[in-house]
Design a protein around this ligand. Structure first.
Ligand code: AHM
Ligand code: MG
Length: 354
């Protein structure tokens, strides 16, 4: 009897094989995505254990929190998620090196796995558990990742080899660990969502070709920073809040999960603008969110879904990186709304002598 294929779930594996057949992806890159997403499944299991698994709370010893390169206290699950991704990729054979939010420097794959590991062709960057301040209160968190090509002839990549603009990304994705676990992925041919089927343990394609509406009436920003923002951001948000009778002529709603993955997932699903602008608290660092493993992968996913991503003054994907952990201001989401935010910056800059 011929199996009824039309009703069988369309797995991530099948999706990737078809993309390879269409010439959109090389076999070693397809296998790298399989390794990374398998690690995400493992992280999803750890996150899902919550208090039962003893995985909540801070890393380190009582009274002595473990601090990462960003100067931020690490949660136990930050460390677990980082270890899972490192371990999964050490033996994969597809990477030349990897870099993480939780580690000071990138690691060449041969150092991770010196016993005869051959260096692959790619560089992987990740934020192993974004939004981790939300873990202990059972709010969605996620993993964000980006894949770049290792420069030709480089066997042992150093930090400088990762400093490529976001336009060079081959793959970008995130996995949200929320009421369900959803992987959102782009290989440069649209943005697609896969939901983890917990019964069979595999990601199933649930939205092919996500499309962000061009217009929105929803914005996401940490309003408690309002007094620290720069003038163009102050005017932009003041006009959003003025609603129907203000210059924008419509009412806006606000949502802020404080997990970038969850906030971006909402705007990929129903539109919106997400912003983390420069403010007086983060100005010296260049912003709050990191370019290489937060802003750039999200920017690629959003652009591939028809949206826009900017620093407020430049297309995000065209920023020339200067450091692995570089920070940038972020505006991304519905195209017309991102353009509106950029306009406020441009008009301010034109009126203000340099
Ligand atoms: P993290 O990578 O240390 O978790 O920090 C990034 C998070 C984003 O997920 C979120 O958008 C932002 O930081 C929240 O910032 P705030 O604490 O100002 O609400
Ligand atoms: Mg993060």
């Amino acid at each position: 009897m011929t199996p009824n294929r039309s009703n069988s779930p369309y797995s991530l594996t099948r999706f990737l094989i078809e993309e390879e057949r269409a010439g959109h992806i090389r076999p070693d890159l397809r296998l790298l995505i399989e390794v990374v997403t398998r690690a995400c499944k493992r992280i999803s299991i750890e996150v899902g254990k919550g208090a039962l698994g003893g995985v909540l709370g801070d890393a380190g010893t009582p009274g002595q929190a473990s601090i990462n390169v960003q100067g931020e206290a690490q949660k136990k699950l930050d460390v677990i998620a980082n270890d899972v991704l490192m371990e999964a990729n050490a033996w994969g054979g597809h990477l030349a090196g990897l870099a993480s939010e939780e580690m000071d420097h990138s690691v060449p794959i041969q150092e991770l796995c010196p016993d005869g590991a051959t260096a692959g062709n790619y560089l992987l960057l990740f934020d192993p558990l974004d939004g981790s301040s939300n873990i202990d209160v059972n709010i969605s968190v996620g993993t964000i990742f980006s894949v770049l090509r290792c420069p030709e002839g480089v066997e042992k990549p150093a930090d400088e080899h990762y400093l490529q603009p976001g336009t060079e990304q081959l793959v970008a994705g995130y996995c949200t660990y929320g009421p369900n676990t959803t992987l959102v992925l782009t290989i440069g041919h649209g943005t697609h969502a896969f939901t983890l089927d917990r019964e069979i343990g595999s990601f199933t394609l649930t939205t092919r070709g996500m499309k962000i509406p061009e217009d929105t009436q929803e914005f996401a920003v940490n309003m408690s920073n309002q007094r620290h923002w720069q003038p163009p951001m102050q005017s932009y948000v003041a006009d959003l809040l003025a609603g129907k009778t203000g210059p924008r002529g419509k009412d806006f709603n606000m949502r802020w999960v404080a997990s970038m993955v969850a906030d971006v997932h909402r705007l990929l699903t129903r539109g919106g603008i997400f912003s983390y602008p420069l403010d007086a608290k983060c100005e010296a660092k260049g912003g709050k969110l990191r370019l290489m493993y937060e802003a750039n992968p999200m920017a690629m996913l959003v652009e591939q879904a028809g949206g826009a991503a900017s620093t407020g003054r430049q297309r995000m994907l065209e920023v020339t990186p200067t450091g692995l952990h570089q920070r940038v201001p972020v505006f991304l989401g519905s195209r017309n709304e991102v353009e509106a935010a950029v306009r406020y910056h441009r008009e301010f800059d034109q009126q203000t002598p340099a």
